[in-house]
Write a protein that binds this ligand. Structure first.
Ligand SMILES: [Zn+2]
Length: 348
C-alpha cells in the first residue's frame, strides 16, 4: 500500500498513527486498529481484556451491537499489531487493573488512564461495528457513520494514543478534554454491567466496587458541574443507583449540540492537545442570549434508558400520571423515599 511507504511503520508520530487508524480502507482491510500497520496473526486485541473477562466471569456473556448482533465478550477483538498490543495498550491495562482492584480513582493520572482505557473500548466497539458494516459490501447505503462522528472518533483515538508519548493537555472545561465520573458501588465484588450510547460516545461500566462513566465529548458535560448528576461523583451508591447515574449521563451525551475546535501539535518528544473553542452544531441561541450546547433535557428518553439499565419499571423514573421525572438517588442525601420527584432539582 502506498500509505505504508509514505508512513514508515516505526514513525514516532502519534497523529500519523491516528490518521491511518481511522482510515476506512485500513479498517476494511483489517489493519491494526490503533496504528493502521500490519496486524499480527494472533487474536488481535481483545476489546474487553482477558483479565476483565476472568475477573468478572464474562466468558459466556454477550454484548449487543448497534445492529442487534449479539457478540460474546470473548469474541470481541479487533486487529492489532504486536508492537501496539504489548506496548502502550498493555501499559494502560496494567494501570487500570490496579485502579479496578483498589475500587477508587485517586489522582489525575488515574483519571487519564481510565479515560484512555474506556476510549479504547469505545474505539474497539466502533471499529468492530464499522468492519461488520463494510463486510456487507453494499456501498449504495453509503456510510452510516456521519462525518462529525469520524472527527470525534479521531479525537477518541488521539486521547487513547496520547499514552504513547508525554502529552500536554489544555482543555476548556477541566484538566482534560473528556468527561469522566466515578462512583463507589455498594454491590458484589464480581458485579459487572455495561451500557453505551455509541452516537453520544458515552460508556458506563460497573466493575465490582467501582463504577465508571466516560464521555468522549471534550468535557462538555463538565459545563454543568464537574461532579456530574446531583454532584455525586465519588459517592457510594447501590448498583441500580449507579444505573440511574449512567442513564442520566448517557441521555445528556445523546443531547449534546456542540463539539470543539482543537489545535494539536506534535514534536518527536511531546504531543500537545489544545482545545480552542466550542463549536455548536445547530447554533440555537437560548433566551438568555447564550449558545445552546445541549438540546433540552428529555425526561422520557431518560426514563426509558434508566429502566433498561436498572431493569426497574419506567414508572420508577417517570410518574405516568403527572409526567414528572423521578429519581432513586435522593435517599443518598436526604430522608426522602426512593422514587421522589426530581423535577425541582435542575442539576441532572
Ligand atoms: Zn499497531
Amino acid at each position: 500500500m502506498s500509505e505504508a511507504e509514505e508512513f514508515p511503520a516505526h514513525s514516532d508520530y502519534v497523529m500519523v498513527k491516528v490518521n491511518r487508524a481511522v482510515d476506512s480502507d485500513n479498517i476494511r482491510t483489517r489493519r491494526c486498529f490503533v496504528c493502521g500497520g500490519q496486524p499480527s496473526t494472533g487474536a488481535g486485541e481483545h476489546v474487553f481484556p482477558k483479565w476483565l473477562q476472568t475477573r468478572f466471569g464474562l466468558f459466556d456473556e454477550r454484548l449487543t451491537l448497534i445492529n442487534g448482533t449479539l457478540i460474546p465478550y470473548r469474541s470481541l477483538s479487533v486487529p492489532c499489531c504486536a508492537d501496539c498490543n504489548t506496548g502502550f495498550l498493555s501499559r494502560i491495562e496494567t494501570k487500570v487493573q490496579e485502579i479496578v482492584e483498589r475500587g477508587c480513582v485517586e489522582s489525575c493520572a488515574d483519571r487519564l488512564s481510565v479515560a484512555r482505557w474506556m476510549a479504547k473500548i469505545l474505539v474497539g466497539i466502533l471499529v468492530k461495528e464499522t468492519a461488520l458494516l463494510l463486510d456487507r459490501k453494499n456501498p449504495s447505503h453509503g456510510s452510516i457513520v456521519p462525518p462529525d462522528l469520524i472527527d470525534e472518533l479521531s479525537h477518541c483515538q488521539l486521547l487513547l494514543q496520547s499514552a504513547r508519548k508525554p502529552t500536554r493537555f489544555e482543555a476548556l472545561h477541566g484538566p482534560f478534554p473528556f468527561t469522566l465520573y466515578w462512583y463507589r458501588i455498594n454491590g458484589p465484588e464480581d458485579g459487572f454491567d455495561l451500557s453505551t450510547d455509541i452516537l453520544g460516545q458515552s460508556i458506563a461500566m460497573q466493575l465490582g466496587k467501582l463504577g465508571l462513566v466516560f464521555v468522549n465529548d471534550g468535557g462538555l458535560q463538565m459545563i454543568h458541574g464537574d461532579k456530574g448528576p446531583y454532584g455525586l461523583e465519588g459517592a457510594t451508591v447501590l448498583p441500580h443507583q449507579f444505573g440511574e447515574l449512567a442513564a442520566r449521563i448517557h441521555t445528556k451525551a445523546s443531547l449534546r449540540d456542540a463539539t470543539h475546535f482543537y489545535l494539536t501539535s506534535e514534536t518527536p518528544d511531546q504531543l500537545t492537545i489544545k482545545q480552542q473553542s466550542v463549536r455548536p452544531f445547530t447554533g440555537t441561541i437560548l433566551s438568555g442570549g447564550e449558545m445552546q450546547v445541549f438540546q433540552p433535557w428529555d425526561s422520557v428518553s431518560f426514563a426509558v434508558r434508566a429502566a433498561q439499565i436498572t431493569r426497574l419499571e419506567e414508572s420508577v423514573f417517570l410518574d405516568p400520571e403527572t409526567g414528572h421525572e423521578m429519581t432513586i438517588l435522593t435517599n443518598l442525601f436526604s430522608s426522602e423515599e426512593p422514587g421522589a420527584d426530581a423535577s425541582s432539582n435542575p442539576e441532572r
